[in-house]
Design a protein around this ligand. Structure first.
Ligand code: PHB
Length: 389
């Protein structure tokens, strides 16, 4: 006895089947899932990434690889506990072809696991989790941003060159803070410095007073901190209010002062940070990007906007090679692996583990800008420890 479905159910199945086939074979709209923080301490970062991504797509006439883009959005709240459910909304419910996300390393690791299992293309436009392009690396996973190790290691090298001998680290206690501290320690201690104390607080806590008191008592030559978004604003202001910035420089990867200077004001004056982007690069590509971004969004771009823009560029490179077919993963990966991405930060390539090989700038806060001082380390590749493709 055959199972009978009402006529409209069969029609719905047939339509769903057609939609899946069309999407997979590179016709119809390409479904892009944006999984980013649109609330909480990292919300401004999520918005900048989305803006940057859409700016590039719009510059291409709304199409990549010949296909119009349809967006699906999930607010991940920077909450690792909800990450698997959230990413599955995009993979299983919305059937997206590609996922772009996210900011928070803990959330990104859950996304990488799901992407590896489902085979969906994932481009990480911020989260630096070393594991994503380390032990979790995969042919369908790419990063347009940095590894936590990269700017941190560079800052350690710079701090040692500045003649600092001792440092205290202060970070949120999760993968990004832990890995950033480890990268700084590696660069600093190679240059003869010593990390004498590692202070942490839970993400996204911003009660810094007790920790600042400990720093004042320890009197290190420098403090190194991984903080970003709302947490970075608060730390830099509290540090200056405690008067510590007069005697102990506060260093960090550039997240400490990127996209935050309006809110930090004078408290950030003179701060040195390292990052793969800076103000005042004054290249034709960066100038054009900044003008277009400011015109479109009535906002100055920051590193997050650049990373979003470059995630779209990487997707464009892969899709151009597959004529818009996101299911041709090997061809997609081969194209991205040999591409030179024309980023506002300066052109970069991706290494074997699919992480950018890029210049890390030393920047100094002057007014509302993270002015480029010099290239601290040229063409820095993440070691990609543990990556077996
Ligand atoms: C991270 O969790 O990897 C992270 C978050 C915010 C940043 C940088 C890294 O600005």
């Amino acid at each position: 006895m055959p199972i009978r479905f009402p006529r409209n159910t069969l029609a719905a199945f047939a339509l769903a089947g057609l939609a899946v086939t069309a999407s997979a074979q590179g016709t119809g709209k390409l479904k892009v899932g944006l999984m980013l923080p649109f609330s909480g301490t990292y919300s401004a970062l999520g918005v900048a990434i989305e803006n940057g991504f859409k700016l590039y797509v719009d510059e291409q006439g709304g199409k990549l690889g010949g296909r119009e883009i349809e967006y699906f959005k999930v607010d991940d709240e920077s909450d690792p506990a909800k990450a698997t459910d959230n990413v599955n909304k995009l993979i299983k419910r919305d059937n997206v072809d590609v996922i772009i996300g996210t900011v928070h390393s803990g959330v990104a690791m859950a996304m990488a696991k799901a992407a590896k299992e489902s085979g969906t293309i994932l481009i990480v436009p911020n989260a630096g989790a070393d594991a994503v392009t380390g032990p979790m690396c995969a042919p369908n996973i790419f990063r347009s941003s940095f590894s936590n190790w990269q700017p941190a290691y560079a800052m350690g090298v710079v701090a040692a060159k500045e003649g600092k001998k001792t440092a205290v680290t202060l970070t949120w206690k999760y993968a990004a803070g832990d890995e950033s501290t480890a990268g700084f320690k590696e660069g600093f201690e190679k240059g003869g410095g010593k990390v004498v104390k590692q202070l942490t607080l839970p993400f996204p806590n911003v009660e810094f007073q007790a920790l600042l008191t400990e720093i004042a008592a320890a009197k290190p030559d420098a403090v190194y901190s991984f903080m970003a978004g709302g947490g970075a604003v608060k730390l830099v202001k509290d540090y200056a209010a405690a008067g510590l910035n007069k005697t102990i420089p506060l260093y960090g990867p550039g997240f400490l002062t990127d996209g935050t200077l309006d809110a930090q004001g004078d408290a950030a004056a003179g701060m040195l940070t390292t990052l793969h982007y800076a103000d005042g690069l004054n290249t034709p590509k960066d100038n054009a990007f900044r003008t277009a971004y400011a015109k479109t969004f009535k906002l100055q771009p920051d590193v997050y906007a650049v990373q979003g823009y470059d995630a779209a560029q990487m997707l464009g490179v892969g899709l151009a090679a597959t004529k818009g077919d996101a299911s041709k993963k090997a061809e997609f990966a081969a194209a991205v692996e040999k591409a030179k991405i024309d980023s506002p930060r300066g052109a970069f390539t991706v290494g074997k583990s699919h992480n950018p090989v890029q210049d890390i700038y030393l920047r100094k806060v002057e007014g509302k800008e993270n002015k480029m001082v010099n290239v601290a380390i040229k063409g820095l590749a993440d070691p990609g420890r543990g990556c077996r493709m």
